[in-house]
Design a protein around this ligand. Structure first.
Ligand code: SF4
Ligand code: SF4
Length: 274
C-alpha cells in the first residue's frame, strides 16, 4: 500500500469525531497468538509510521547505520503541506506486500524492538483538536479480520500499555510529541535546510552523531562532561539532546547555552561591547 496522505488525514478526522475515547481504566477484549487463523495477517500492506525511537531501536537491533536503515526499510513521503518529516516502514515489493520483518510462520523477527504502533495494537492514541481540554486519549482499532477482539482475555488500557512495555517508548515519545505539537512548528514555514535539520535528529541519528562529535559543534556550547559521555554511549541521550538543539536552533529556546568566550568573540567581531 502506498502512503496516501489524504486517506490518513480522513482517518484521523473520523477518529477524533466519532471514535469512543478510552481512558486508562476502560476495558476491552483482546488476545493475539499463533493459534489464530488471522496470525500475521496484520503484518501485510499496512501503513506503519516510525517514531525517532522506533528507528533507534530497530537499527540497533539490526546492527545497521541509520542511513542504511532509512535506505533499505523506509518510505519518506514528502509534500509541501507537511509540518515536519515523517517516515513509514516500506513493505516488501512482492504480491503479498509483507512487512520486511515478518518471518512467517513464526511472526515478527524484531518482536522485542517492534515499532510503537505494532506494540500498541489494537489501541491507537490521538491528541484532541486544539481548544479541547482533554489530553491524549486512546481508541480501539477494530478490523474485521482480526480475531483477537473475539477472545476472552480482558484488559484495561493501562494494563495493556504496561504489558506491551509501551512506557519505555513513551519516555522518549513524549519529547517527540511535545515537539511536533508545538504551535510554532505547526505554524512555521520551514526552509529545506530546517526540514533537513529536523529529519537528521528524528531519523538519521548516526549523521547527527557525526555532526555533534566530528565538527566544532561541542566547542560552541556549555555542555557538561557527564552529558557528553551520555550522548556518546546512549543513543536515547543523543536523541534527547537533538530535540534541545532543534528548539535552540529553530526558536532560540534556552535549551542550550553558548560558551561565554564564543559570545565575547562574536560581540568583538561586531564591535559591540557589554
Ligand atoms: S489477532 Fe489481530 S493482531 Fe493478532 S495476528 Fe490476528 S490480526 Fe494480527
Ligand atoms: S514490525 Fe513486526 S509486528 Fe510490526 S508489522 Fe512488521 S512483522 Fe508485524
Amino acid at each position: 500500500m502506498m502512503f496516501e496522505e489524504k486517506a490518513y488525514e480522513k482517518f484521523k478526522e473520523q477518529i477524533l469525531r466519532d471514535g469512543p475515547r478510552l481512558g486508562p481504566a476502560d476495558q476491552f477484549h483482546f488476545q493475539c497468538h499463533g493459534g489464530l487463523g488471522c496470525f500475521n495477517h496484520c503484518c501485510h500492506d499496512v501503513n506503519i509510521f516510525l517514531t525517532p525511537y522506533d528507528v533507534l531501536r530497530i537499527k540497533n537491533r539490526l546492527g545497521v547505520s541509520s542511513e542504511d536503515f532509512l535506505d533499505r526499510y523506509c518510505l519518506i513521503p514528502f509534500s509541501k503541506a507537511m509540518r515536519y518529516p515523517i517516515i513509514l516502514l516500506k513493505m516488501k515489493e512482492d504480491e503479498e506486500l509483507r512487512c520486511p520483518f515478518l518471518d512467517a510462520p513464526a511472526g515478527c523477527s524484531i518482536y522485542e524492538d517492534r515499532p510503537w504502533s505494532c506494540r500498541m495494537y489494537p489501541l491507537g492514541r490521538a491528541a484532541p483538536p486544539e481548544g479541547e481540554a482533554e489530553e491524549l486519549f486512546h481508541f480501539l482499532l477494530q478490523e474485521d479480520f482480526c480475531e483477537g477482539h473475539r477472545q476472552a482475555a480482558e484488559w484495561t488500557v493501562a494494563q495493556w500499555l504496561e504489558n506491551q512495555n509501551v512506557g519505555e517508548y513513551d519516555a522518549v515519545g513524549k519529547v517527540f510529541q511535545t515537539f511536533v505539537q508545538d504551535k510554532r512548528l505547526q505554524e512555521a514555514d520551514l526552509s529545506p535546510a530546517q526540514m533537513d535539520m529536523i529529519f537528521m535528529v528524528f531519523y538519521d541519528l548516526d549523521r547527527f552523531r557525526r555532526f555533534v562529535f566530528d565538527t566544532k559543534f561541542l566547542n560552541m556550547f556549555e555542555i557538561s562532561p557527564a552529558a557528553i559521555d551520555a550522548m556518546r554511549s546512549k543513543d536515547a541521550a543523543l536523541l534527547r539532546f537533538g530535540f534541545d538543539w532543534l528548539r535552540f536552533a529553530l526558536w532560540k529556546d534556552p535549551t542550550l547555552r553558548i560558551r561565554e568566550e564564543i559570545v565575547r568573540a562574536r560581540l568583538a567581531q561586531t564591535g559591540i561591547q557589554r
